[in-house]
Design a binder for this molecule. Structure first.
Ligand code: ATP
Length: 311
C-alpha cells in the first residue's frame, strides 16, 4: 500500500448535528484529518464526541455541513466503506455467534471466504476471544461483547479506524494491546481516531489531541504541543501517614493546585526547589515516598478545560 501522508483524508466542513430541533450535539465543526496519525478525541460527558464520530462515519445525518473522504461526500446514502468503526453502543448481530459476527464484517468489506476466515481468527486472537469463537454473543460479558465489536471493526484491515470509547469494559491489558495495535496501524500510514475518557492510556499512544467542548472544537494539535501549554508545572505525588489539612497546603510556596489528598498530588511550578515543600510536609505528617513527574495529557486536558471555562 502506497500512502501519501500529506493527503487530506477526511475533511469536515461546517458540520452540525441538532437533536429534536433543539440541542446541538455538535456545531460548526471544521477540521481536516490526515493519514499517519492516532488522534485522541477527548471531552467531558455530553461534549459531542459520539455525535461527531457517528456523523463523520455517516451513521447519522448531519443537520448542516458536509464530510468528505478523499473529496467524496459521505452521508447516510453514501457511507464510508473500507473504514473500521465501532460505536459506543454495541452494534453487533445478536443472532450470530462470535465467529460469524466478525467474519460477516470481513465479507461485507469484499474479502473472499478463505481470507475472511484467516483474518477473523487473527482478529479474534488480537482481542483475546479465540476460545469463545463458537459462543453466542449474548452469552458473553459486556467487555467481551465490546471486543467482538472491535474485532468487527479491525478484521478487514481498514486504513481508517474510528472507534468510540473502544476500551470501555476492557481490562487494562486488553486496552494496552488494542491501543498498541492501533498505534502500529497509524505508524504504517493509517488514520485512527479514538475517543476515550482514559487520558493516561491515550497519552501513551496518541499523536494528536482533539478536544471538544459543548459541541465545538477547543483544540486540535499534536500531543506535545497540547501538553506544552502546561509546561510551567510539574506534579508531585506524596505517600504519607497522618491527616492533612488542605488549607495548610495552599500556603506552601510553589504549590499551584492540590489535585488529590491521599496520596497527595500537588501541581507545582516547574523547577520549584521541593526541599521547602517536603520540610513543610514533614512538619505536618510522616512522609513515606515522593515522586516527581512532568504533566501528561490528563493534566494538560484539565488545564485547557479549566482555562476555557475561566476565559
Ligand atoms: N439521541 C439524542 N437525542 C437528543 N440529544 C442527544 C442525543 N444524543 C446525544 N444528545 C445530546 O447531544 C450532546 C452531545 O452528546 P454526545 O453523546 O455526542 O456526547 P459525548 O461527548 O459522546 O458524551 P459521553 O462522553 O458521555 O459519551 C449532549 O448534550 C447530549 O445530551
Amino acid at each position: 500500500m502506497v500512502v501519501n501522508l500529506d493527503e487530506n483524508v477526511i475533511e469536515v466542513s461546517q458540520l452540525g448535528v441538532q437533536y429534536d430541533n433543539t440541542v446541538w450535539g455538535i456545531k460548526d465543526i471544521d477540521v481536516t484529518f490526515k493519514k499517519g496519525e492516532l488522534i485522541a478525541l477527548v471531552g467531558a460527558n455530553g461534549a459531542g464526541k459520539s455525535t461527531f464520530l457517528n456523523a463523520i462515519c455517516g451513521l447519522i445525518m448531519p443537520t448542516k455541513g458536509d464530510v468528505f473522504f478523499n473529496k467524496n461526500l459521505i452521508n447516510r446514502n453514501t457511507p464510508f466503506h473500507n473504514i473500521g468503526w465501532s460505536k459506543q453502543t454495541h452494534a453487533i448481530d445478536w443472532y450470530l455467534n462470535v465467529f460469524d459476527n466478525v467474519i460477516v464484517s470481513a465479507r461485507l468489506a469484499g474479502k473472499n471466504r478463505k481470507a475472511s476466515k484467516i483474518d477473523t481468527l487473527a482478529a479474534l486472537d488480537l482481542v483475546g476471544l479465540l476460545e469463545y469463537k463458537d459462543r453466542d454473543v449474548d452469552a458473553l460479558s459486556g467487555g467481551q461483547q465490546q471486543r467482538v465489536q472491535i474485532a468487527r471493526a479491525l478484521v478487514h484491515h481498514p486504513d481508517i479506524m474510528i472507534l468510540d470509547e473502544p476500551t470501555t469494559g476492557l481490562d487494562a491489558e486488553s486496552s494496552e494491546k488494542l491501543l498498541s495495535h492501533l498505534k502500529e496501524k497509524a505508524n504504517k500510514g493509517g488514520l485512527v481516531i479514538v475517543s476515550s475518557h482514559d487520558l493516561n492510556l491515550l497519552d501513551s499512544y496518541c499523536d494528536s489531541v482533539l478536544l471538544l467542548k459543548q459541541g465545538s472544537i477547543v483544540a486540535y494539535e499534536p500531543k506535545t504541543k497540547f501538553i506544552s501549554r502546561y509546561r510551567d508545572k510539574e506534579i508531585l505525588t506524596i505517600e504519607y501517614e497522618g491527616e492533612l489539612d488542605k488549607r495548610k497546603l495552599v500556603e506552601i510556596e510553589g504549590v499551584v493546585t492540590i489535585n488529590d489528598l491521599k496520596p497527595l498530588v500537588l501541581e507545582i511550578k516547574r523547577n520549584t526547589p521541593i526541599g521547602q515543600i517536603i520540610n513543610k510536609l514533614d512538619s505536618l505528617v510522616f512522609v513515606m515516598d515522593i515522586n516527581r513527574t512532568s504533566p501528561g495529557l490528563r493534566e494538560a486536558y484539565l488545564e485547557v478545560a479549566r482555562a476555557k471555562e475561566e476565559g
